[in-house]
Design a protein around this ligand. Structure first.
Ligand code: NAG
Ligand code: NAG
Ligand code: NAG
Ligand code: NAG
Ligand code: NAG
Ligand code: NAG
Ligand code: NAG
Ligand code: NAG
Ligand code: NAG
Ligand code: NAG
Ligand code: NAG
Ligand code: NAG
Length: 673
């Protein structure tokens, strides 16, 4: 549909002044969007949950045991010659936690040192951030002790004490007693090389030793949630404006074998009742960041959930036969009821008891994870033959409004039975992401892009080849092109999730993550991709609108938001002719002359392989915001540079003429000219 004004515009543009890309956007004929197109997958990959998003500072706090990992004293050290040992007591703290730590006054203390104070310290997830703020701690003790405990935060380098508190003993000889305390350091530590220390006076211990378990210390958490998230990481995620949250993985959902998948029931309730999990990333996981914590986080950030349910496939290729599948289907239905059932339903009441009587909204349930991969081809054959159809039917019978998603896509060779949706994953080089701009143009089934990222440089390094060390600018532009392609097809694309989302710089397996961090919050880094996804997600359309013109090197999507009343244009330039700027002439039907719009343009440095490196703290992405006013024909005119990403939005016109927004990691400095 071309308006008179646009016809006039076409006439005006007949004079070939520049090789501008002319784009006319109709006011009707588009599609409603899902409204939540941008998000991420989180799973506990190499301490991005424990020691990452999950704020617990104490590592190995409960000496957990699993099939794959025996209990250890990792991260624990004696104080004043104490003897630390693991014990499987006849009176364990709980069934879930059979092993505890026994602390005995050692020889040096008894015989060769005047102090009778003994104890232990923990050096955290490679250090602990210590600031003047209130930490909440707790520990369970078994054994008679007449005296008090001292809990403190200290330097692991000099022993300097930054804060300390006395906790009166309530210990009993044959009953586990929880002790809780608050600890506020009186000064900030100069680095994150710190430890958490607990000592007691061995003179007051009649039996010579005490047993400890679930020794926990939390800094203030995001939104003050108990057992909650680390603030700086949660804020870096929140500032992305995510609207889609895929949990709990990824490979983690599947588990190493069908005796140890991520069982949601083990991840709820008091910490003492969470056994931990034989993590799939080579370490024992605590189950501290459990289903309730994930749900609460989704609610806090306003994210739509995509909840993965275990479907009888594990990473070693274990597949559940058809006649044994029902218990897993029942378990998935119970999980859905736990999340979204009313407070008087069987599992909804458990959620209510845990402090959330209101059901969490749940629209998307994904069956399994990458069922075409582990154990292929048998796993994939059984998925298509009976596992997906059985889950789909059972879930939709009980919950007709839930959109069930298959863990594989049309492109993995699966034409999903109705009304199932697919999940497409892509980790690729930027050229591939650009070539997939129109991949979904003709697809007829609904799809989620459940995992995506640019990971390899152009030039054909295969799956097993080197990843880039960090997300890089050229890769981020490649992602933008694919994201724009998804948005153009948003009537059939639920949304896209970046994966994996965060990386612990002390222990990682996969270098391409949106945000990097370590114990020291100064290292929390927003990657080049972060800036692209943030910009895209900051301007959510409610409808796409048809627009003229071809693509390449300017890839774009146009639409509007009924919520803001804005007309929106999103674009990326990838490899323009001779690297020149691309002039754009953009007209929206129904948007008159003299209309102001905010144009945000992201550009990178000359070297497209530049990265945001946590150790330099330099942000290579430049953000330029300017106000563009439509001309007498109602046309917005502007130039977009080679390798740039841009959004024009008429609802967020600013009053300034042009400004660059420079940012470092934790601070945003704005300057205008
Ligand atoms: C306690 O039990 C776990 C497994 O149940 C075992 O791996 C561990 O070695 C036992 N520890 C001790 C000290 O007996
Ligand atoms: C003796 O106690 C002091 C003071 O607590 C401590 O610094 C020192 O390390 C202890 N010596 C031994 C051998 O444990
Ligand atoms: C403690 O000292 C006694 C006496 O010297 C010795 O027999 C024992 O082996 C020592 N124990 C440890 C754990 O060092
Ligand atoms: C803390 O100090 C101990 C030695 O007392 C050392 O083994 C450990 O690696 C240090 N931890 C960190 C995180 O530097
Ligand atoms: C302190 O920790 C940092 C990493 O957070 C590490 O680079 C440094 O080597 C540590 N210093 C000491 C003395 O352990
Ligand atoms: C676990 O996997 C094996 C195949 O490796 C299968 O025989 C068994 O039935 C599976 N058990 C369950 C409960 O799914
Ligand atoms: C989609 O269909 C159109 C029209 O048939 C065709 O020109 C185009 O190549 C198809 N695109 C893809 C990605 O299959
Ligand atoms: C991930 O963590 C495990 C457990 O510590 C470790 O063995 C593995 O090497 C880590 N991977 C990398 C690449 O650091
Ligand atoms: C709207 O959806 C239809 C059917 O999926 C598609 O052919 C059309 O291109 C879409 N329009 C826009 C503007 O996205
Ligand atoms: C710009 O585009 C050209 C392709 O025409 C490409 O080869 C070049 O690497 C790009 N350079 C930059 C810095 O954007
Ligand atoms: C874009 O330019 C880059 C850098 O010159 C090159 O690696 C890449 O292959 C080009 N891609 C396309 C699709 O032209
Ligand atoms: C523009 O400036 C006016 C007056 O200062 C202010 O009320 C308005 O909110 C500003 N608009 C934007 C989009 O910043």
């Amino acid at each position: 549909m071309v308006s008179l004004k646009l016809a006039a515009l076409a006439g005006a543009l007949a004079v070939p002044l520049t090789a501008a890309v002319e784009i006319s956007v109709s006011s009707e004929g588009g599609n409603a969007t899902s409204g939540h197109q941008y998000g991420f997958l989180h799973e506990d990959i190499n301490n991005s949950g424990d020691g990452g998003l999950y704020a617990e500072l104490v590592r190995n706090r409960a000496f957990q045991v699993s099939e794959t990992f025996p209990p250890t004293l990792e991260a624990w050290y004696p104080v004043n010659g104490a003897q630390l040992s693991l014990k499987n007591l006849s009176t364990p703290l709980s069934e879930a936690l059979p092993t505890s730590m026994n602390v005995a006054a050692g020889n040096s203390t008894r015989y060769s040192n005047s102090t009778t104070k003994v104890g232990f310290f923990n050096d955290g997830y490679w250090g602990m951030d210590v600031k003047v703020q209130t930490y909440s701690g707790s520990f369970w003790v078994l054994g008679e002790y007449d005296g008090s405990f001292t809990a403190s935060l200290q330097s692991n380098i000099t022993g300097e004490v930054f804060g300390s508190v006395k906790v009166e003993s309530q210990s009993q000889p044959d009953e586990w007693i929880e002790h809780t305390f608050e600890l506020t350091p009186f000064k900030d530590a100069p680095s994150s090389n710190n430890t958490f220390v607990i000592t007691f006076d061995s003179v007051g211990v009649s039996s010579g030793s005490l047993d400890f378990n679930v020794i926990s210390l939390f800094p203030p958490t995001y939104k003050g949630r108990k057992n909650g998230m680390r603030i700086d990481i949660a804020e870096a995620l929140e500032e992305l404006h995510p609207t889609l949250f895929r949990i709990p993985g990824g490979n983690m959902l599947e588990g190493l074998a069908n005796t140890s998948w991520w069982d949601w029931k083990n991840s709820i309730g008091p910490l003492k009742d969470r056994p931990g999990f034989s993590g799939v990333w080579e370490y024992q996981q605590t189950n501290g960041l459990g289903l309730m914590e994930y749900l609460q986080f989704a609610e806090d950030l306003g994210m739509e959930l995509v909840v993965g349910v275990y479907d009888g496939l594990s990473l070693n290729g274990d597949v559940t036969p058809q006649d044994e599948l029902q218990p897993f289907i029942d378990d998935a239905l119970n999980e859905i009821e736990f999340i979204s059932g009313s407070a008087d339903s069987t599992w909804g009441s458990v959620r209510a008891e845990l402090g959330h009587p209101e059901p969490f909204p749940l629209k998307y349930v994904e069956v399994g994870n990458e069922d075409w991969l582990a154990g292929a081809p048998e796993s994939w054959t059984t998925f298509k033959a009976y596992r997906f159809p059985m889950f789909l039917e059972a879930i939709n019978e009980a919950y007709p409004d839930i959109q069930v998603i298959s863990s594989g896509s049309y492109y993995d060779g699966y034409d999903m039975p109705e009304p199932g949706a697919g999940d497409y994953h892509v980790y690729a080089e930027p050229d591939t992401l650009v070539s997939e701009f129109n991949k979904f143009d003709n697809i007829t089934t609904l799809h989620l892009i459940g995992e995506m990222a640019a990971v390899h440089p152009n030039g054909g390094i295969g799956w097993d080849g080197l990843l880039m060390p960090f997300p890089w600018w050229g890769g981020a532009v490649g992602e933008a092109v694919s994201l724009i392609g998804y948005e153009r097809n948003t009537d059939r694309i639920i949304g896209a999730a970046y994966a994996p989302i965060i990386r612990n710089m002390n222990r990682w397996q996969w270098s391409i993550t949106m945000i990097q961090f370590a114990a020291d919050p100064a290292l929390t880094t927003r990657s080049t991709s972060w800036y692209v996804w943030e910009l895209m997600a900051a301007h959510i359309m409610t409808d796409t609108l048809p627009a003229t013109s071809d693509f390449d090197p300017l890839f774009y999507v146009a639409g509007k938001s009924d919520k803001t009343g804005g007309h929106i244009f999103k674009a990326a330039v990838y490899n323009s002719t001779d690297g020149a700027d691309v002039p754009v002439k953009l007209a929206f039907e129904g948007v008159g002359p003299g209309t102001a719009a905010e144009l945000t343009v992201l550009t990178g440095p000359e070297n497209p392989y530049s990265v945001n490196d946590p150790f330099t703290g330099v942000n290579v992405v430049e953000t330029t915001k300017s106000t563009v006013t439509s001309n007498e024909q109602g046309v917005f005119e502007f130039d977009l540079p080679n390798l740039s990403v841009a959004v024009l939005d008429t609802s967020s016109a600013s009053n300034s003429t042009s400004r660059k927004v420079k940012s470092r990691w934790n601070r945003q400095v704005e300057y205008r000219w």
